[in-house]
Design a protein around this ligand. Sequence first.
Ligand code: SF4
Length: 250
Amino acid sequence: MLLLRRRLARALDELRGHHPHPGVHPRDRNPTYKEKQENLEGRDLSTYGFLGYPVLQAADILLYKGDYVPVGVDQLPHLELTREITRRFNALYKPVFPEPQALLTEIPKVPGTDGRKMSKSYNNTINLSDSEATVRAKLKTMVTDPARVRRTDKGNPDVCPVFTLHKSASQQGVIDRVNKECRTAEIGCLDCKGLLADALVARLTPVWEKRRELVQKPKLVDEVIAAGTKKASAVAQQTIAEVNDAMKMG
Ligand code: SF4
């Protein structure tokens, strides 16, 4: 499967040779790449491995001819690049791929505990595998409205990442309460985070239970993965055959 992914990525990368502005590949303009370069200090990201990653992402989508891709708003530039690659491939060779559309979630950008987008690279994630104690501890350190310094200061939930998480996890009554009481300083940030922790724990508890159950059944997990791989592999083989045919490659 990895091989098929790489083969398609290589084929898509061939399109660089057909780009009208040599030396300025569309992926070089990718804002996510630029954002990572700015945010990940001390790591040399000027490598092809990092720069070429969006092409691998395109291969992941196109290998299965995805019509819709569930993405966060920060991934839209990547998807746009995939769409550009799709159009270019279809026009140059044969219309093999559908042009994938974005399927934006209700909360298009989930903030991490430091307020930046939640990302493993930023070490600011709340993981599905975290324990309840860890989730609560992480939320306690989460950044809030930076202008609300003292408990008596009135806050602005519209600029607070904690409130964004409330909107994705809490009941409407809690969201309305925080939205009102933050602005009047009736509720403090610690209490607000406690409400968020309760909501997240309520949502994650069934996930934790299922996880515990599956950990006891490694054979079942292996079987599910093998069945999924078989199904996906058949689709990928078919796509590669169509790509080879379109590009007139053996
Ligand atoms: S009360 Fe809640 S929403 Fe308001 S600033 Fe504090 S953490 Fe953010």
